[in-house]
Design a protein around this ligand. Structure first.
Ligand code: MN
Length: 499
């Protein structure tokens, strides 16, 4: 998927006018070189734009306000080459509303032992100036990322690159609009939540539509458009008839093609980027959207099943954060379904009734047509596959009544030992960190849901930083987790975020 905007990040160097013109010329030149080299490195997913050195209160305030209104600016990177008295920054920072990165670097890598004098030290004193600046940002309680190290270092560049993707998740969050075409599944608790508070915290617009309004959009899709998409499916995927009549099978697949086109047109027309459905409330739709939803997720739409609008929005955010990533391995809604409890082989089989995004697939992707065990519609066509191995994160955003909590579990994805030929759904399989028992215990203690927004491409750190920017609680379950300390994390969350 592609982002709708050509995002850029501004590079603002702090200084002051006490050092004389020659020093300020050097500061500007060094900043220019750093920006040029960062852009040339090929590591950063977005362009860095150099801004004039910030040396006065007026210019700082003006620059931050220009960053606010520039729709393509996704954040500002600040570095104080020299000393920059931090009271100069108060008004600008107070008015600034975008992601902020403090790049704590220095132009020269090594102390020039033979030639260093006081002029050199006054020009190269970010060790000093960046502390003054950091003090003010901390005093003002502003959330920001701090990246430390020389600007030529690969690790530093990768940290900046990673933060840029977090920043996209932050600035895009308030443009996520979720379409609910049915209410939450009756009696289910964890998929519920305060949509007003979600708009206040995350900027999400979550609106309901009668299911038959979108069913009408589906019915309006022409037979020729539908058939063209069916042909595309038959080119792209393996067809597993499994004894079904080939024509009947194709008719079932065509229902999904028509849903895919109709849903996408309806979402586009009404400007929604995420959608929820519910198998129990399908109106005039002939099948539960399966293959159709899988394809929409692959195109970048967020999705949540059984009315789960929080997961739909989170899948959308994580897809935005990983947009355009080289060698991306995928992002999907998943559901903790069935355990393998054999000692040494413990893990959670991830699946859903149908709706798993094929971006996480490895190997062949097939279309199957099978009855649903629930609901009262035609047997829906769906894509079936297994998923990639490797590290990923499963996230669950829950509403605790007084606040949202984001639970972030680092998981290790594996292949199951044997094929599961009778299972007519896509799957993933993982062992939660730090180990199956501790991971599951921590997840349940934290109140984590059975639906998750999962990604191979986004890190726990990125999602934790995103949560911090949203002003909500985040808890991590990973190789550093033990239950005694995790309970303290939850207690601390109650103190800080509980009402
Ligand atoms: Mn479900």
């Amino acid at each position: 998927m592609k982002l709708s905007k050509n995002y850029k990040f501004w590079f603002c160097t702090g200084s002051q006018d006490l050092y004389g013109d020659e020093c300020l010329r050097n500061v500007a030149e060094h900043s220019r070189i750093i920006v040029e080299e960062l852009n040339k490195s090929g590591v950063l997913p977005f362009e860095v734009v150099l801004k004039p050195t910030l040396i006065t209160n007026e210019l700082i305030r003006k620059t931050f306000n220009e960053a606010n209104i520039d729709e393509d600016c996704a954040g500002v990177i600040v570095w104080c080459h020299t000393f920059s008295p931090a009271k100069s920054w108060i008004l600008g920072l107070q008015e600034f509303r975008k992601p902020l990165l403090h790049l704590h670097t220095q132009f020269n890598e090594e102390i020039p032992y033979d030639t260093i004098d006081m002029d050199f030290m006054n020009e190269n004193q970010s060790a000093h100036g960046d502390r003054e600046w950091g003090h003010m940002v901390t005093r003002m309680g502003i959330e920001r990322k701090v990246v430390v190290g020389h600007w030529t270092s690969q690790a530093v560049r990768e940290k900046i690159a990673s933060w840029m993707r977090t920043a996209i998740g932050i600035v895009e969050s308030s443009h996520v609009r979720v379409m609910r075409v049915a209410d939450n599944m009756r009696n289910v608790a964890v998929t519920e939540g305060d949509k007003v508070e979600a708009q206040l915290k995350f900027g999400w617009e979550v609106d309901a539509y009668p299911v038959n309004e979108i069913a009408e959009a589906v019915a309006a899709v022409s037979e020729s458009d539908t058939n063209a998409l069916v042909d595309e499916y038959y080119d792209k995927y393996e067809i597993l008839l499994e004894g079904r009549d080939a024509d009947e099978f194709k008719r079932h697949v065509a229902v999904q093609a028509q849903i895919e086109i109709g849903f996408e047109r309806f979402l586009e027309e009404k400007n929604y980027q995420a959608i929820v459905t519910h198998f129990g409330d399908l109106g005039a739709l002939k099948q539960l959207p399966g293959l159709a939803i899988q394809r929409l997720m692959e195109k970048g739409y967020g999705f949540g099943a059984e009315g789960d609008w929080k997961v739909a929005a989170m899948v959308r955010i994580m897809k935005l954060m990983s947009a355009g990533m080289k060698d991306a391995k995928g992002t999907s809604m998943l559901e903790d379904y069935t355990y393998n409890l054999v000692p040494g082989k413990e893990g959670i089989l991830q699946a859903h009734m149908l709706e798993i995004c094929p971006s996480i697939a490895e190997g062949p992707i097939s279309i199957k047509c099978q009855p649903l065990s629930m609901g009262d519609r035609e047997d829906p066509a769906r894509l079936v596959f297994t998923s990639k191995e490797g590290a990923g994160i499963a996230t669950s955003l829950i509403d605790l009544g007084d606040r949202f909590r984001l639970i972030i579990n680092s998981v290790d994805c594996k292949k199951v030992e044997k094929p599961m030929p009778k299972l007519p759904v896509a799957t993933a399989f993982w062992t939660p960190q730090p180990d199956f028992a501790t991971g599951c215990e921590a997840w349940i203690l934290a109140g984590g849901a059975h639906h998750t927004a999962f990604s191979y491409d986004i890190t726990a750190e990125q999602m934790g930083d995103w949560a911090a920017a949203m002003g909500i609680e985040a808890v991590y379950i990973d190789n550093n987790t033990n239950i005694r300390n995790f309970k303290k994390d939850l207690m601390l969350g109650n103190v800080v975020f509980g009402k």
